[in-house]
Design a protein. Structure first.
Length: 212
């Protein structure tokens, strides 16, 4: 079933993700893929005026939290997907498509939903068993924010992180209290407007406890 027609928003950020064709790994070393994405994220920030909140590159997909003050997510993401696909294909000698389909977005229309997506993105490498702590993963914007590597990705000021780095990292490294909540968040991120089931939305204060 096709997704509903995209309606641009400029007030709230989106969670955006895209996956490689057939869930295959990228055909180049991760360092190279990271450099390619970094350069094009830098470009769309300056050319399309997008605001980048977080970015995590995995072996065969990426997670991005992005805001579009000019309501131009489609234009910015189409450029990012097209150009990264072109460069990765050229450098790897791959003739097939790089991505398995279009990117998927979920609008984060509340601070609570934003924090759920934010934690999900930065915990992705931990949940995949690629590192023990979120700050150890080198292909994450968090790694650069913490000064562990130089980054050219123009990131928004992470006020929550820098208000108390130790406590914030503790929160990010705290696993989900239940598998059910993790699945709920993953499913909510697959919807165009991030939300939980009706009963859980009505009791959002319960979910807030996982963010403290």
């Amino acid at each position: 079933m096709p997704r509903k027609k995209f309606l641009a928003h400029n007030d709230w950020p989106y969670h955006v993700t895209a996956r490689c064709l057939n869930k295959e790994w990228f055909s180049l070393p991760m360092e190279t893929i990271w450099d390619i994405y970094s350069k094009y994220l830098f470009f769309i920030h300056h050319s399309y005026g997008v605001r980048i909140h977080s970015f995590v590159l995995m072996n065969n997909h990426f997670h991005l939290i992005i805001q579009t003050p000019h309501g131009n997510l489609s234009q910015a993401m189409n450029y990012l997907m097209r150009e990264t696909s072109r460069v990765i294909g050229f450098e790897s000698g791959r003739i097939n498509h790089i991505y398995g389909g279009p990117y998927y977005w979920s609008l984060l229309k509340s601070p609570l939903y934003y924090l759920h997506a934010y934690k999900y993105v930065y915990r992705n490498p931990v949940e995949a068993g690629l590192c023990y702590r979120v700050e150890e993963y080198p292909y994450s914007s968090l790694y650069g924010l913490l000064g562990q590597a130089h980054t050219i990705i123009p990131l928004e000021n992470d006020e929550a992180l820098f208000s108390d780095v130790y406590s914030h990292l503790q929160w990010l490294n705290q696993g989900y209290p239940s598998e059910e909540l993790k699945v709920d968040i993953r499913n909510a991120l697959r919807k165009q407007h991030f939300h939980f089931g009706l009963d859980k939305d009505r009791n959002s204060h319960i979910l807030e406890m996982t963010l403290l």
